[in-house]
Design a protein around this ligand. Sequence first.
Ligand code: B12
Ligand code: SF4
Length: 486
Amino acid sequence: MRIALVVPHWGKEYIRARDTRGIAGCWPTPGMQYVAAALRKAGHEILFLEGYFYSNEEMLRRVLEFRADAAGLYVISILWDTAKPFIEAFRKACPEGLSFIGGHGASAMPEVLMKDCPALDAVVVGEGEYTTTELMREFSSGSRDFGGIEGLAWRRRDGGIVINPPRPVIEDLDALPFPAVELSEMEKYFPSFEQVSTVPVVQMLASRGCTGGCLYCYKMYGRRIRLRDPKLVVDEMEKYVRQYGAREIKFWDEHFTYSHAHTYAICDEIARRGLKVRWWCSCRADAVDPRILRAMARAGCWCINFGVESGVQKNLDTLLKREKVERIRLAVRMAHAAGIKTHTTYIFGIPGETYEEGLETIRFAKSLRSFTVEFFPITPFPGTPLYKGVEKGLFGRMSDRLADQGMLLESPCFVPFTMSAEQITSLRRRAYTKYFMRPSFLLYRFTNIMSPFQLRAVFHGAQSLLQMLVDELASRWRKPTRQCSA
Ligand code: B12
Ligand code: SF4
């Protein structure tokens, strides 16, 4: 079969407010590259299109030129409003073609999206490799009865929606082919300026899943972690170094150091092969110690992302983080002592959080002295306990537009009962300006520029800060309300 896999059209304005648009990047979609590889292995021909580079019209033209039998779209919340017209246009141009979607947004609300778009034939719920392959096998046999495929929501010929039983998670990740990176137009992608030490940078995964159960997290892969064979992980790293000249690998695992044995094995394998590549990963603060951090540093890890979220214990507890503020401080210190930089992320607008507590989080962030930081307004995504709670009238109020779930947009999508939208926006701007505009930090940053890419990052970061400063002053001039300082 000929299958088109499409990221619907989007632009930087879909994911970023004006102030940080200059730092935003366009990365490939690893999940869809995995699905593409599985379909290719099953003998299908794949067309892979990225909506940042093309309009929906241009992509549809290419899909028709390719004579696609089926079109599969990547759907997270912000992409639904642009995925839907694409699916409708595909249905019109290709009445016998199969339209299907997958991804976090699709998985969390299959029925809602199918009702919203009668032209949509099927939704792949959860991990897509096997479900999509079975769907295509069935479809290529001429059948339109997909009742036997686990993990699929689909539309019967009479229009009825059927939700099949869920598919268990994929136990053996090593049985999956490497993501079909080469089907993407790799040369066109460019990373966002924060969090990257140099280019070319390629994304990867060494595991799937996370043992946590945070209030704002959609547990698509369950709470059990599945690990890849360390040798295959390093094979994949080596492939990117050879094929794309990768100088950095970005691991998107939710909990990279969950198994220290696994992490040591990856580090040893990198050392054994003498592979020279920097890497970045995300860890929980309670899952690192000096020994593992030293091993990671020796193996090329240059930066660890810790999802700190808040400097106030009460708010960490509300988020069900199962982390202690002091443990986070210790983890960051240990990473720095091992020679690894840190990227820390924070959330404003946590249910029950006050403006003053937000200021406390800014002070905490400053005290950690991370290399890079990000401050997000909390966003209730469908499928999360936060979203379900808000739907029941708990926690606060949220926008009902999926397009507002971009996390970094002009105004927050969710406002807790204890704060106003303006306060969340102001906290975010204050946090960035207070964090970066410190002489000691600027000195640290300028003496640690690791590549020409980071020099550009500093330039774009400065532009963003200036914009935030202007916006913040303008908002205070319009509405002089607050006296506190972080
Ligand atoms: C890596 C990542 C990114 C990368 C790459 C994005 C990408 N397009 O894949 C970058 C940094 C660019 C990014 C950006 C954003 N991201 Co992001 N990202 C992630 C992250 C950490 C991992 C995703 C991943 O690769 N997982 C591993 C792969 C194997 O799994 P997967 O993607 O789920 O794919 C599987 C299935 O979903 C399915 N599948 C996936 N695609 C498709 C397509 C088809 C057709 C089919 C059938 C199946 C299918 O099969 C795959 C293999 O099993 C997740 C959080 C997480 N832990 O999952 C957030 C996440 C997906 N991101 C999210 C968001 C909100 C964003 C941004 C809007 C943030 C912002 N303001 O910048 C942007 C959107 C950019 C864009 N246009 O896509 C949200 C989405 C929530 C939602 N319901 O909308 C998540 C869930 C994080 C969160 N906060 O909860 N992100
Ligand atoms: S630690 Fe991260 S990935 Fe794990 S449940 Fe919490 S938010 Fe989700």
